[in-house]
Ligand binder design. Sequence first.
Ligand code: MC0
Length: 137
Amino acid sequence: MLLRIDHVGIACHDLEEKIKLFSELFELEVVTREVNEEQGVKEAMLRVAGDSYIQLLEPLSPDSPVGKFLAKRGEGVHHVAFGVGDVKLTMDEIAAKGVRLLDSAPRHGTMGSSIAFLHPKDVGGMLTELVQSAKHK
Ligand code: MC0
């Protein structure tokens, strides 16, 4: 079902500061910077290897998912995203196992991907994202 760890999403207050930290510390290339209004984030993807990334997330507002997370828990790992071949199919397979989906249909994700989130309370406390990359569409 899962093809790879696509990315680890990290919530931060200052995107540029954390881009500097992660790119210098781990010698990572910044592949893209995007604003996703629907998800309420400004973000950057830093390639670790192949199609695996660190995703840095700064909220666009305090009442967005990442804004609320920062207020409650502070900076740190926000979610883990797994690559899948067909996000809709995987959503259906996972829903059939009784796990709550946070999206009823795939949404627009970074780098032209299609994404869906699973409720953290049903996945051992880990906010989980399914990612169908643009090249698998
Ligand atoms: C909340 N909880 C988490 C969590 N956020 N647990 C683990 N990891 C997180 N990130 C826990 C809370 O502590 C709480 O537990 C329970 O889940 C419900 O949280 P809440 O605070 O009552 O509810 P909300 O309103 O903050 O909603 C949380 C929820 C929401 C996960 C449902 O953030 C959501 O729908 N997220 C999916 C969308 C998203 O995160 N988008 C931003 C990344 P207790 O025990 O206190 O009840 S966008 C992205 O990443 C895109 C750009 C991409 O990759 O392409």
